[in-house]
Design a protein around this ligand. Structure first.
Ligand code: GLV
Ligand code: MN
Ligand code: MN
Length: 412
């Protein structure tokens, strides 16, 4: 098969999609169901329709673009990723897997390939946890890891429920219908930027993921006592922020104390109320991200953070409300699919190495219902979740080519 990637077109489409943002370029911010997310969905939907794919959306907006195979009853081969972007993001995270996946399908079509199994591009809703606090929302629901009744409690910071947000965005129907049966995909392959420095440092074209690290998110709300910043003397204070600051340091200490470089802990959100320079913080809302490739070790770090937070609250005489939003197991990629991707790289003389994904991806949850593998490409300086995130057109095209070759084999 003579597969060629139209790298110029793919690069142009990535930049066009990146320009759809709720903040001025080069910042990409596309929060789920907001105006920019909906505009981005329309942009990608038109490209998929132009490529001759049949589109379907589920009740939370997961989008499926299908190239029907000659044996449509067989489980399909899936690929895809996400187009939502955290605040102050760049234009490659997720989008390389969606637009690179679409270009892989177009390349197969141009090469005259006719698939036996259907090939389906999936655009997952809200891989990023920005709005409702929980990452991989769409794939989590598809896999059954987030049962539909559990969605009733999901609200954004304005108090809007997930249900009303998805309906306002035009996605109706029963949430129970989002779940997919095990076996609906014979394989799922996700193309993504590495979001770390290894491939660039080693000058390797393609990373082939063997396992995805286990993520967890904690929410902590602290209630102290507010008051006048001049009039309330230090011994009388119950400053909620100072308790929060100590907890953030305890997160760092617990992650460092695990003894493994794979354990990481981040306090990414710390909102102070009432946020006035001359007022003692009375309330704090914190969100904490803890990850490890070893789920048990990750859980013991969470335990340590919980214990430290309780001690700090007692010492500072503040009230705590703690919640573990998610604590997911790690995922293993499928050895057969890893070998398929290695063959695909070899067929096009792309250098490759096996590696672990420290970021999470929708493949973490797709692995519950299908064999998965991931194709990583290098990104400059390993930078991600920042506006200066960058992957060269050359590497994006190489990733899309490896994906096309592998999809061709899997759909034959
Ligand atoms: C995904 O965006 C992650 O935070 O790993
Ligand atoms: Mn991301
Ligand atoms: Mn991503």
């Amino acid at each position: 098969m003579n597969l060629t990637i139209d790298g110029d077109r793919l690069n142009r489409e990535l930049h066009e999609l990146g320009a759809i943002s709720s903040e001025p370029a080069p910042v990409v911010t596309r929060v789920v169901f907001n105006e920019a997310d909906l505009r981005a969905r329309r942009f990608v939907g038109i490209l998929c329709a132009d490529a001759g794919l049949d589109l379907r959306e589920d009740p939370v907006g997961n989008t499926f673009a299908r190239w029907t195979g000659s044996e449509p009853m067989l489980p399909a081969v899936g690929t895809g990723s996400h187009i939502d972007a955290i605040p102050n993001a760049g234009l490659f995270d997720g989008c390389v897997g969606v637009l690179g996946g679409l270009e892989a399908i177009r390349a197969l079509k141009r090469a005259g390939f006719s698939p036996r199994r259907s090939v389906e591009l999936v655009i997952f809703t809200s891989e990023e946890p920005t709005r409702f606090g929980i990452g991989c929302f769409g794939s989590r629901m598809m896999s059954g890891a987030l049962p539909s009744p559990a969605c009733d409690t999901l609200r954004d910071t304005e108090g809007t429920s997930l249900d009303s947000a998805r309906r306002a965005a035009g996605f109706g129907g029963e949430l129970a219908a989002v779940r997919l049966p095990e076996g609906c995909y014979s394989a799922f392959l996700e193309l993504h930027i590495e979001q770390g420095p290894i491939l660039e440092q080693r000058n390797v074209d393609i990373g082939i993921v063997t396992a995805i690290a286990a993520p967890a998110t904690l929410r902590i709300d602290i209630e102290g006592e507010g008051g006048h910043a001049g009039a309330v003397l230090m011994p009388q204070r119950r400053d909620a922020f100072l308790a929060g600051a100590e907890i953030a340091l305890a997160v760092e200490a617990a992650a460092e104390a695990s003894g493994a470089p794979d354990t990481v802990g981040t306090t990414g959100i710390c909102d102070i109320f009432p946020r006035a320079v001359n007022s003692i913080p009375s309330r704090v809302h914190m969100e904490i991200d803890v990850r490890d490739i070893d789920g048990t070790r990750r859980d013991s770090v969470i335990e340590q953070i919980n214990r430290a937070a309780e001690g700090i609250a007692e010492k500072r005489r503040v009230l705590l409300r703690k919640e573990v939003l998610n604590a997911d197991p790690p995922a293993l990629c499928n050895p057969g699919l890893i070998a398929t991707v290695e063959r695909a790289c070899d067929a096009h003389r792309l250098t490759h190495q096996r590696m672990i994904s420290r970021a999470y991806h929708d493949s973490l949850f797709m692995s519950v219902i299908a064999p998965v593998a991931m194709i990583f490409i290098p990104c400059r300086g390993g930078v991600s979740h920042r506006p200066d995130e960058y992957a060269s057109p050359e590497y994006v095209a190489k990733g899309s080519l490896a994906l096309a070759e592998a999809l061709g084999e899997l759909a034959s």
